[in-house]
Design a protein around this ligand. Structure first.
Ligand code: UDX
Length: 482
């Protein structure tokens, strides 16, 4: 068996986690070879271009590829030559039944094991449900003598990935082979952050526990937001007040349209499935997923309500389709559901996004996708803010107002300044906040008894929630009837 060197790292999978991990390791002096199966991605990478939109990644990859510290191939054997570390960073997409699809992880492990040196350590960075890694050699059909496996989950956020990988809050390493764990800790020794060394199943549980807890937090604040709408409170103030308790924390208490992306929806579902496998019903996770789905329907119901109860024939403009700002990733983006729902109710939808339109095209049939936000909103009956790109807060809203058919803004991320919108004559509705409406014009109307009297204008639609306007007791949930 050839001698191996821990400064040589093979990364299998050139997706988000793989590329960012590879770049960070190469940047810190390692010689990194990325194995990527997709020819288009390989070609882009060889030219030092990132196949995904991630701030700063293009520049970093270009520099590393030029310097020769990061290279790309489709051949695991070539990438493994002399490598002490093999990192598995392939996808684990959800199967129709909610289980994580482990086929790419198993294939990567087989390919690595076939060419691994005597002392090679295999690092599992792909998110795999708790209990998986100990079973992996068997699942992959490997006999005894397979390289030691160490779980080292990744916590990077898209749009913020380089910052997260350079300044992690913690590095978690879980394995049954202590020496292998120590070598993985040494690989990341240059990074700051808390260290957690544990067994593989606990390391896997940390990843799923963290993502599920954050998802729970989001669904919790969205439930509070709904209650705020019913009771006449403002969820922004509530989140600030609740979140200022250090035991709770303000992060991930932003009410809005709920969570999307490649991790939270998948991981919540996979952990619930894992619980089910062990005969445990994890009700909190089921509730988090249900609330997340309901949140999208509530939003569309609110749009409908603000447009006088009817969406058929209305023109609706959607600002932002990526699952969050800073990325072109459309995986599990809330915009997909919202647009489909609007179309089902007869609305004509146009949408815009600074970077995700190419990826959105095949996911949004029948939607007019336009790069220019002003063009997107022209003639619309309502503008819906779906992804909180800062560009949309910076729009010339006076210009937007002048080009609309109706001045209605429904802000799904509480990004915009409601008072400023009101001044421009908009009806402004955020999530979990009272609707703000311009004062209706007072007009003279015949009383029927030969006199004229002043009456409030119609204001364009159904009743809206105002502080203190809600009666105590249950109310019909508009979302369920939409
Ligand atoms: C997440 C985890 O944060 C990261 O640690 C893990 O490794 C991968 O999954 P990411 O999916 O990139 O990262 O995005 P994140 O910023 O966590 O947001 C996830 C979703 O939650 C987005 O759809 C976002 O819009 C939503 N969200 C987030 C809220 O609705 N409210 C919040 O307060 C925070």
């Amino acid at each position: 068996m050839p001698a191996v060197d821990d400064s040589r790292v093979c990364v299998v999978g050139g997706g988000y986690v793989g590329l960012v991990t590879a770049a960070a390791l190469a940047e810190s002096g390692h010689e990194v070879r990325v194995v990527e199966a997709d020819a288009g991605r390989r070609a882009a990478l060889r030219q030092g271009r990132s196949p995904i939109h991630e701030p700063g990644l293009d520049e970093l990859l270009a520099r590393l590829v030029r310097a020769g510290s990061l290279s790309v191939t489709d051949d695991v054997a070539e990438a493994m030559r002399g490598a002490g570390m093999a990192i598995i960073a392939v996808g684990t997409p959800p199967l129709p039944d909610g289980h994580a699809d482990l086929s790419q992880v198993c294939a990567a492990l087989c390919a690595i094991s076939a060419v691994a040196g005597k002392d090679t350590v295999v690092v599992v960075k792909s998110s795999v449900p708790p209990g998986t890694t100990r079973e992996l050699p068997r699942l992959a059909g490997l006999r005894a003598g397979a390289p030691p496996l160490v779980v080292c989950p990744e916590f990077l956020r898209e749009g913020n990935a380089l910052e997260d990988v350079r300044n992690p809050a913690r590095i978690v390493v879980g394995g049954d082979d202590r020496a292998a764990c120590a070598r993985v800790l040494a690989l990341f020794a240059h990074l700051p952050g808390h260290r957690v060394a544990t067994d593989p199943t606990s390391a896997e549980m940390i990843k799923y526990g963290a993502n599920s807890f954050l998802a729970l937090k989001i669904s919790f604040i969205n439930e509070i937001a709904h209650l705020c709408e019913l009771a006449g409170a403002d969820v922004q103030a509530v989140a600030d007040g609740v979140g200022s308790d250090p035991r709770i924390g303000r992060a991930f208490l932003n009410a809005g349209l709920g969570f999307g992306g490649s991790c939270f929806p998948k991981d919540v579902r996979a952990l619930e499935e894992t619980a089910g496998y062990h005969g445990h019903s994890f009700w909190l996770l089921k509730a988090a997923a249900d609330v997340n789905a309901l949140q999208r329907r509530r939003f569309v119901a609110r749009v409908q309500e603000l447009l006088g109860g009817r969406l058929a024939g209305r023109r609706v403009a959607v600002l932002g389709v990526a699952f969050k700002p800073g990325t072109d990733d459309m995986r599990q983006a809330v915009s997909i559901d919202i647009v489909r729902h609007l179309q089902d109710l007869g609305a004509r939808v146009s949408a815009t996004d600074p970077v995700a339109l190419d990826n959105a095209a095949r996911l949004m049939p029948g939607v007019r996708l336009v790069a220019d936000a002003y063009e997107c909103v022209r003639g619309a009956d309502a503008v819906l803010l779906v992804t909180e790109w800062p560009e949309y807060a910076a729009l010339d809203w006076e210009r937007v107002a002048a080009s609309l058919r109706r001045r209605v803004v429904v802000d799904g991320r509480n990004l915009l300044d409601g008072a400023a919108m009101l001044e421009l004559g908009f009806t402004y509705a955020g999530v979990g906040r009272p609707v703000m409406r311009p004062k209706p014009a007072r007009t003279l109307r015949g009383s029927g008894r030969g006199r004229l009297e002043l009456v409030d204008g119609a204001g364009g639609g159904a009743p809206v929630s105002r502080p203190g306007s809600a009666r105590p007791g249950p109310r019909r949930d508009a979302a369920r009837s939409a």
